[in-house]
Design a protein around this ligand. Structure first.
Ligand SMILES: [Zn+2]
Length: 102
């Protein structure tokens, strides 16, 4: 009974991975040729005096740590940077203060 459930889940995952890999812009790290793994990472965005932290999915190189973002993610970064520059931050969640250390 348990084995049947596990087998079903595995097949599901394989199907999803297969579809995902076809869309990948890179198979290997363009910097060092290392293996890439999809991870959720925190990206720090700055625009003007404001900073925003955004959780996004990126392909992260297991060897050198290089992060690769999808074109849609990069477009969102640009959108958020523009909003920060224009101080259009009403829709963002206030996190706390940022400090510069000399
Ligand atoms: Zn690398």
């Amino acid at each position: 009974m348990v084995e049947m459930v596990e087998g079903g889940d595995m097949n599901k995952k394989r199907g999803t991975n297969g579809n995902y890999q076809q869309k990948k812009p890179f198979d290997k790290c363009p910097v060092c040729g290392g293996e890439l793994e999809e991870k959720e990472v925190e990206k720090l965005l700055r625009g003007g005096v404001h900073t925003a932290v955004m959780k996004v999915h990126a392909e992260v190189c297991l060897h050198c740590g290089e992060r690769l973002y999808s074109p849609e993610t990069v477009r969102r970064f640009e959108e958020i940077r523009r909003k920060l520059e224009r101080k259009e931050v009403a829709s963002f969640q206030l996190m706390g203060q940022s400090f510069q250390v000399a």
